[in-house]
Write a protein of this length. Structure first.
Ligand SMILES: Cc1cc2nc3c(=O)[nH]c(=O)nc-3n(C[C@H](O)[C@H](O)[C@H](O)COP(=O)(O)OP(=O)(O)OC[C@H]3O[C@@H](n4cnc5c(N)ncnc54)[C@H](O)[C@@H]3O)c2cc1C
Ligand code: FES
Ligand code: FES
Lengths: 931, 285
């Protein structure tokens, strides 16, 4: 039994013979030795399915498969799937179908998903829907276009059985469709994602690269008393151990407030378990991991505060010197006392929402390298490249120009890749050892230490007239921002301003206390606080409806915001308020499916213990930063001599389909085929700042920037042609990649060559500024656009065990204009599925500042078999300033799902929830108590 | 650390036994459980003896009155077996309910038993079969009832140098069999509770023999003797099913943890008992 052993096997038809370490997994071998990086590692705990490969016809989790066991076997990876018919670039029907149906979003799970599906179809060429669910049940997709994935698998199966091309999906186009805009287009990067060629940060292996890891405190509140890194330093293979003293520049980072130490020094304070006390760089990740255990740290433990309400009490343990209050946020409108006095009915309840993990499948990864001209390059899949540049430069004590952030694909973000993760650490280590350094979080690190969704407590007091008209609402929110500010202030502001729901409300008083605690920091997360407050207010709407004996649709309809309404922050809505249409269309669809009494509890034939019913909820969500923050995005559009165009902006493709949107807009503006447009994102040297990829803003902001940049380019081309043929610019048209001018036709490529020869610049730049917004409290427009949504959910509840299944969700979203219908469909599906998870199964649990759910196995995100039937209704109330009328959609899709589900549970079994996720124990207990 | 482990791949039982002579050497079957565990925690193991290629203990065999299943039989093989479909449907249901396709393809019956997890799915049905565990080592073979083999979470009667070779049980031709589990909740991936039953009637339609076993409600999977006793001689009625559920509710003493409170586990177990009994009833004849 020697330590290293030989293994011989076949990979994608090629015979390989390698020496491997006994414990090495097949996934590592494929990725690190054979450089087949299409196989992804999402967890290394046999939980996510991303690493699935097919061995002798069977799907296998390669992260838990000892490499040595591959001896003599036939391994098929994603790289081999397209090669199968002997014709290099021919995609397998499954790959074709995933591309055509839009099943690919961020793409990280896709190789594993495809290999699992491939093994299924090899075994069963004609699977039923249930069989597809059964086979794909444990291969997770957090972007969660599960219904589309299912359709794609079935379409591929059919094509394979019949030997015909994959049938195209049927999807309605935008009612505002133009030549390119609003029509169905596949993602340009989808082919790379289905073939395993798409590169995420961890797929890069630079020459001479070292591996960095962080020593975490694992104690929630303490003073660092002593730190001894000598044992770690002397471990063979360790290249550097850095402590706080070794940071050349600023010690703190943070998205809004810089209060988060990159490394905590001796004598300084640990504020949560994930605080870092030292960094290690070593020849391998394993050595770095071993070195962490050789670092000796002495702590003086401090008492902790782990709850935002307690944190606000006088005498509470103080997390920061300035106190525990990050921000007191106030919303005032009318006169709340007067309003309540005028109410016939007043109801008041307190709600709680849990902490949630983003659980993107790609763990955080950064690579830093020094260039020959002494600049620092950081490769990272981040949502805010320019801010990363600023933070890295600050930490190094360098001017920003010496840092370049190169955005890689983002394997899911959902807000969780806005804060700094390993970027600064990688750069510090790289600077210390003058070698490239990769800092890759393992799943344990990602789930245990990286930012989460704000836990909230929300008290809602609503006053209404007997006829159902709402007159006043008072809310009091507590948000747990954890140890550091991150985006806490912005998130909880959004929670507060949206806490009275999408309703006309004459008198409003909202107070929010965003509090520091010794819990994990909370930051941006799809829905940005609004998801939390919607749970409170939408539950109250149903309770009020019941109290007043008014239909749940009707009470929302009679109070709904519409054009001309004034929001609770004093903004007059002048346009683009599609809420009423959302309500009407969801009502029609629910009644079509469930008859006239959808909210009545129905028995389930043959299942005496089960009850079914529907529930609804409404929501709105701002697009863009708003609140008086100047919101800008820059873009460059360049024409090349071969007639292609490249659009560039520094905003992130996090799975939402931004690349497609920008490609569509460019092609529309320049009247050219979409295939001739390339999009380059997130490289701080090459792309202008597009601002943060947050607040559902990129379609609007980067979309507008690219659109106007394309127009600048177009104008330049027009004047060139007008001069050349001496005709009026008005007569010039762009079509099919050509310019038509009064009988003349010039190809873009031709014109580009001519202009180039004249030395003319074929690049156009534009800095788009969003319409001005006002800070909270000043009245006026706090946001330049809002998206609206209504969802209805049908649940089935087991009255004995309390288990809940969501059977159907009807989701209507007012998106302004559906620029990219294929992308919209999967965004809606993914948002609803995430909402189902938030309502029912997901919960990040901390106990006295320590993480309980520290593995993916303990964080239950929904799989394909928990996915309801999802009907998407697209409402398109254009917003004038948006590109072609579009506004944001990425977040609002998730906001109403949880309350729609909890309202449905109440309608089915009479158990009201004031807390999510729903605890099935409570359902079982309350039902048992009643009977 | 996992990278420092030694590894061997014996191709027959004898080689495996000679390589397993020390306490720090561990057999590796489907590797679905042990590899993720090794990556998470330090286990006192220095060598993995990969037994996955030992053909001798991968079989499903039928004798006149007995069924034997080799330890290396995977959950997928169990699920696909026509023989077990007709003779041990509850075991089939248990194997089919395990993890994902990928895990079922590799995870073995022997590994599931040796793990002795309180939530291991195959254990309740095997307990209702009165299954016997056949162990082998360089010294020869021995056998032990499964109920004696299971000692606690992760604890079994397996000695150093020993392997589970196969399990056996008497055919239960006249019996109605069933397995159900329930309740994936937040913060967990395993069941809140599970239940298996084997039930046979006498000529008068009264319960002649009943074996009821539960998972996830105690430190190991276990039988419920008091509920069984109450049901013997009784007709199959909802009232009696309910009574059995109530006894189970009283008898078990599960623990509170992140996943579920003890009282919830008890009520789910009681509900499952009623459910599994009525499914098994439907399968009689
Ligand atoms: C994602 C995932 C989901 C899972 N879900 C479930 C589930 O729902 N229900 C469930 O019950 N389990 C589940 N498991 C656990 C595990 O897959 C099963 O218990 C499986 O049957 C273990 O078998 P194995 O062959 O893979 O065991 P291994 O990992 O190879 O070994 C497990 C243990 O058994 C010992 N061992 C194995 N074979 C023998 C033998 N013949 N003789 C003596 N000792 C032996 C090993 O030394 C080791 O200690 C899950 C695991 C994963 C990764
Ligand atoms: S990486 Fe293997 S299952 Fe997640
Ligand atoms: S596309 Fe599946 S995780 Fe993003």
């Amino acid at each position: 039994m020697t330590n290293k052993q030989m293994v011989d096997f076949t990979v994608n038809g090629d015979h390989v013979s390698l020496s491997v370490k006994p414990g090495q997994s097949l996934a590592e071998l494929l990725r690190e030795e054979l450089r087949l990086t299409g196989t992804k590692i999402g967890c290394s705990e046999a939980e996510c399915g991303s690493c699935t490969v097919v061995i002798d016809g069977k799907p296998v989790l390669s992260c838990a498969f000892p490499a040595l066991r591959a001896q003599g076997k036939n391994v098929l990876t994603i790289e081999g799937l397209s090669k199968l018919d002997g014709n290099g670039d021919t995609l397998h029907p499954l790959q074709q179908a995933f591309v055509l149906y839009g099943a690919v979003q961020c793409g990280f799970c896709i190789p594993g998903m495809l290999m699992t599906a491939y093994a299924l179809l090899e075994r069963n060429p004609d699977p039923t829907r249930d069989e597809v669910h059964h086979a794909l049940k444990h291969t997770f997709c957090r972007c969660a276009g599960y219904p589309t994935i299912e359709k794609a698998v079935l379409a591929a199966a059919k094509a394979m059985r019949n030997g015909e091309p994959v049938e195209l999906p049927e999807l309605p186009e935008s009612k505002w469709a133009e030549q390119v805009v609003g029509r169905v287009h596949v993602r340009p990067e989808a082919v790379a994602k289905v073939t395993g060629r798409a590169l995420f940060t961890d797929d890069l292996k630079l020459e001479d690269m070292a591996y960095g890891r962080a020593k975490r405190a694992d104690i929630p509140h303490a003073i660092v008393k002593s730190l001894d890194v000598s044992r770690a330093k002397s471990l063979p293979g360790v290249l550097a151990v850095l402590t706080a003293e070794d940071i050349p520049g600023d010690h703190y980072h943070g998205t809004i407030i810089r209060d988060w130490p990159s490394i905590v020094g001796v004598g300084e304070k640990i504020r949560y378990v994930g605080d870092v006390v030292a960094l290690v760089a070593a020849e391998s990740n394993e050595i770095a991991t071993q070195a962490l255990e050789l670092i000796d740290v002495g702590y003086e433990a401090l008492p902790i505060v782990s709850n935002p309400v307690q944190a606000h009490e006088s005498g509470a343990v103080q997390v920061h010197d300035k106190g525990n209050l990050l921000k007191h946020i106030k919303v005032r409108k009318g006169d709340i006392d007067h309003g309540m006095e005028g109410a016939d009915v007043i109801m008041e309840h307190t709600f709680h929402t849990a902490t949630y993990d983003h659980a993107f499948l790609e763990p955080e990864c950064s690579i830093a390298q020094l260039t020959l001209d002494a600049r620092m390059e950081v490769f990272v899949g981040s949502q805010i490249a320019y801010e990363d540049r600023e933070m890295v430069a600050l930490a190094l004590g360098w001017p920003e120009e010496r840092v370049r952030v190169i955005g890689m694909l983002v394997g899911g973000g959902f807000g969780g890749k806005e804060d700094i993760t390993g970027q600064i650490h990688a750069a510090l280590l790289c600077n210390a050892i003058k070698r490239p350094v990769k800092v890759l979080y393992d799943r344990h690190e990602s789930i245990s230490y990286d930012v989460k969704r704000h836990t909230t407590q929300i008290r809602v007091k609503v006053g209404a007239k007997n006829n159902g008209k709402l007159v006043a609402v008072e809310t009091e929110l507590y948000g747990d921002t954890g140890a550091y500010a991150s985006l806490g202030e912005a998130v909880m502001t959004r929670a507060t301003t949206h806490s009275s729901g999408p309703y006309e409300m004459p008198h409003v008083k909202g107070d929010c206390f965003a509090m520091y605690t010794n819990n994990i920091p909370a930051g941006a997360y799809r829905g940005f606080g609004v998801m939390q407050s919607a749970f409170g207010v939408e539950t109250m709407m149903d309770m009020m409806a019941e109290e007043l004996e008014i239909d749940p649709f009707e009470i929302r309809r009679m109070n709904a915001l519409h054009v001309g309404s004034v929001t609770n922050t004093g903004q007059i809505l002048n346009e683009s308020v599609g809420l009423l249409e959302c309500i009407d269309r969801v009502e029609d669809e629910v009644k079509r499916l469930a008859g006239d009494t959808p909210f009545v509890s129905h028995p389930v034939p043959g299942e005496p213990n089960k009850r079914r019913s529907w529930g609804i909820a409404a929501a709105y969500k701002n697009t863009g930063l708003g609140g008086g923050v100047p919101d800008e995005a820059g873009a460059t559009v360049e024409l090349f001599e071969d007639g292609t165009v490249e659009s560039r902006t520094s905003s992130a493709e996090i799975g939402q389909g931004l690349v497609t949107v920008l490609q569509i807009i460019t092609a529309e503006e320049l009247g050219m085929p979409i295939e001739k447009v390339r999009v380059l994102l997130s490289d701080t040297d090459l792309t202008p700042n597009g601002g943060p990829t947050t607040a559902s803003r990129q379609t609007f902001m980067s979309g507008n920037a690219v659109r106007y940049a394309a127009r600048v380019l177009r104008d330049a081309l027009v004047s060139e042609v007008a001069e050349k043929y001496d005709i009026s610019p008005k007569l010039i048209q762009f079509k099919d990649g050509c310019i038509h001018a009064n009988g003349h036709t010039v190809e873009l490529s031709e014109l580009a060559q001519e202009m180039k020869q004249k030395g003319l610049d074929l690049r156009a730049k534009y800095l788009y500024s969003a319409p001005e917004t006002k800070p909270l409290g000043e009245g006026g427009d706090m946001h330049f656009a809002f998206s609206f949504a209504v969802q209805a959910a049908e649940v089935e509840v087991d009255t004995l065990t309390g288990e809940v299944a969501v059977l159907n969700v009807i989701a209507a979203n007012d998106v302004g204009a559906a620029i990219n219908p294929l992308g919209l469909q999967v965004q809606v599906e993914g948002g609803v599925v995430m909402g189902v998870g938030h309502a029912l199964t997901e919960k990040f649990i901390m106990d006295e500042g320590r993480v309980v759910t520290d593995r993916l196995a303990m964080y239950r995100m929904p799989n394909i078999s928990q996915t309801p039937e999802i009907t998407s209704i697209v409402v398109e109330e254009k917003v004038a300033a948006g590109p072609y009328g579009a506004k944001g959609v990425g977040e609002v899709v998730l906001v109403p799902t949880s309350p729609a589900i909890t309202n449905a549970i109440y309608n089915a079994v009479g158990v009201r929830f004031f807390e999510i996720p729903v605890d099935q124990e409570i359902i079982a207990r309350q039902i048992a108590a009643k009977s | 650390m996992i990278d420092e482990l030694n590894y061997s791949l014996p191709s027959n039982l004898n080689d495996a036994y000679s390589q397993l002579q020390e306490i720090h050497r561990k057999p590796l079957a489907g590797a679905t459980d042990i590899i993720p565990r090794l990556r998470r925690t330090k286990l006192p193991i220095d060598t993995l003896v990969d037994i996955s290629r030992i053909r001798e203990i991968n079989f499903i065999r039928e004798h006149e009155t007995e069924i034997e299943i080799g330890a290396l039989t995977t959950h997928s093989e169990i699920t696909d077996s026509a023989l077990l479909q007709s003779t041990a449907i509850s075991l089939l249901e248990a194997s089919a309910s395990i993890g994902c396709q990928q895990t079922r393809n590799r995870g073995t019956l022997g590994g599931n038993i040796a793990n002795a997890s309180p939530a291991a799915d195959t254990l309740p049905p095997l307990l209702t079969f009165d299954a016997v565990v056949h162990l082998g080592s360089l010294d020869g073979t021995r056998e032990m009832p499964l109920s004696k083999f299971l000692l606690g979470p992760g604890k079994t009667g397996l000695a150093v140098g020993e392997l589970i070779e196969f399990i056996s049980f008497k055919k239960l031709n006249r019996y109605g069999l069933a397995y159900v589990k329930s309740g994936k909740r937040n913060g967990m991936s395993i069941a809140v509770a599970s239940a298996a039953v084997a039930i046979a009637l006498d000529d008068n339609g009264r319960i002649e023999d009943i074996r009821l076993a539960l998972g996830s409600v105690a430190s190991t999977a276990l039988r419920c003797p008091r509920a069984e006793k109450i049901l013997i001689g009784k007709p199959l009625t909802k009232t009696h099913f309910k009574k059995a559920g109530e006894i189970v509710y009283e008898d078990i003493s599960p623990i509170d943890d992140v996943r579920a409170s003890a009282s919830y586990r008890r009520s789910v177990a009681a509900a499952l008992v009623m459910q599994v009994l009525s499914i098994a009833e439907g399968r009689l004849n």
